[in-house]
Design a protein around this ligand. Structure first.
Ligand SMILES: NC(=O)c1ccc[n+]([C@@H]2O[C@H](COP(=O)([O-])OP(=O)(O)OC[C@H]3O[C@@H](n4cnc5c(N)ncnc54)[C@H](O)[C@@H]3O)[C@@H](O)[C@H]2O)c1
Ligand SMILES: [Zn+2]
Ligand SMILES: [Zn+2]
Length: 390
């Protein structure tokens, strides 16, 4: 079959590879109908998440049709149209039973690397390097999904592939980001990053009761889409002092909750950014924490900072003093896909969330490398490239 493979830093190529087979009782094989790029893939492609190997198949956000099931699969049958959460979870360990699926104890068969880096290994993630289980990803004609009963969900009738595909990753991540904010109604929520994740976080914050959502980015076309589709207010950090603007927009108080949907490859303008880039390049820090620093400084006293942008290791100049003295609540994590997907599919079918507009660039799988280039450079208003094997 054809699959989009990582060939080294910044290099992707469609190759002929062996088709996946059922290996464990709970496995399902899915014929991929649509597979989206994600900001998380950029960290892999650019070499910021270690443990990629030449030939690894990328992709973790996808929808398709079940074509084969292992003997232990109960909830699914061949022919079912499904969307699959990017996080692999066993469904039976203590973390899964308490709905903390991205912390599953049993889904990373190669935990040593993560344990060395972080003390413990979180769950495996499809198509996300050998640190996250070494699973082959979904930018392929077929993909093996372990624990299929736990991770794959039937798609409601009438929802198109290029919308439901985001129930795999961007929607649950955005929802978790807003969920972490503990909203009770009437809050101001600021979101850094107007990519697919930030936009879904903004929509979730609205549905969970935020009165105002303010999005921060530097790409005018993304901010315009967010304002148009979601009715959010916007701040462009390329020409505006973000902290000053947020203070002004909240009468000096600061947003009740601040969401970081940017992560370790944050951009900025000015000397601090040059310093961060130099330190990251020299591997003196692994991540560039611009947006999370701003989120901590901007949040109101006693507010929440919710981090779903991905960080891998160590950062410099982290304003812990501001977080401590302002009594902030810090929440963060890889998303608990399986906890949110059923509810999100209901909301999708009911039209409460309509993520289809994120799929600005549908392309055949064969053009996967070009699709990533457009996504990475944010060319032509690209919010998400969605690859179609067929
Ligand atoms: N926690 C999870 O489970 C999970 C799941 C999916 C994605 N993610 C992470 O979420 C992040 C966003 O993903 P995406 O697909 O939306 O990516 P994306 O690349 O499409 O969007 C990122 C956006 O952040 C903006 N940005 C960069 N620096 C900024 C700054 N200093 N302030 C404000 N905005 C800034 C960029 O212009 C871009 O629009 C990534 O780090 C990704 O790894 C996490
Ligand atoms: Zn992702
Ligand atoms: Zn588990």
């Amino acid at each position: 079959m054809k699959a989009l493979c990582w060939e080294g830093i910044g290099k992707l190529k469609v190759r002929d590879v062996a088709e996946p087979r059922v290996r464990a009782d709970g496995d399902i094989i899915v014929r991929v109908r649509a597979s989206s790029v994600c900001g998380s893939d950029l960290h892999l492609i650019n070499g910021f998440i270690p443990a990629m190997r030449e030939g690894d198949i990328l992709g973790h956000e996808f929808t398709g049709e079940v074509v084969e099931i292992g003997p232990g699969v109960r909830r699914l049958a061949v022919g079912d149209r499904v969307v699959v959460g990017s996080v692999v979870a066993c469904g039976g360990c203590w973390y899964c039973r308490t709905e903390q699926y991205s912390l599953c104890d049993n889904s990373n068969p190669q935990p040593v690397f993560a344990e060395k880096l972080w003390g413990h290994s979180p769950a495996g993630i499809l198509g996300y390097s050998h640190a996250a289980g070494g699973y082959s990803g979904s930018h392929a004609e077929y993909v093996r999904v372990p624990f299929g009963d736990v991770g794959a969900f039937k798609v409601p009738d009438g929802v198109p592939d290029d919308a439901v595909v985001f129930a795999s990753d961007a929607m649950p991540t955005g929802w978790m980001a807003a969920d972490f904010c503990g909203l009770t109604g009437g809050e101001v929520v600021a979101v850094w990053g107007a990519g697919g994740v930030g936009q879904m976080a903004a929509r979730a914050a609205q549905l969970l009761g935020a009165e105002r959502v303010i999005m921060v980015d530097r790409l005018p076309e993304r901010l315009a889409v967010a304002a148009d589709r979601l009715g959010v207010e916007t701040v462009n950090y390329a020409d505006t002092d973000v902290l000053e603007a947020l203070r002004e927009m909240t009468s000096g108080r600061g947003p009740d909750a601040c969401i970081d949907a940017v992560g370790m490859e944050s951009h900025d303008v000015g000397p601090v950014y040059a310093y961060d880039k130099a330190k990251q390049t020299a591997r003196l820090q692994t991540d560039r924490p611009t947006s999370v620093r701003q989120a901590i400084m901007a949040a109101r006293k006693g507010g929440t900072v919710s981090i779903v942008g991905v960080y891998a290791g160590l950062v410099d100049k982290f304003p812990l003093g501001a977080a401590m003295n302002k009594a902030l609540v810090l929440r963060m994590g890889q998303m608990h896909a399986q906890r949110y997907i059923p509810m999100l599919l209901d909301r999708l079918a009911a039209g409460e969330i309509d993520p289809g507009y994120l799929a600005t660039h549908p392309l055949p799988l064969a053009q996967g490398a070009r699709g990533y280039e457009m996504f990475e450079k944010k060319e032509d208003g690209c919010l998400r490239t969605v690859l179609h094997p067929a």
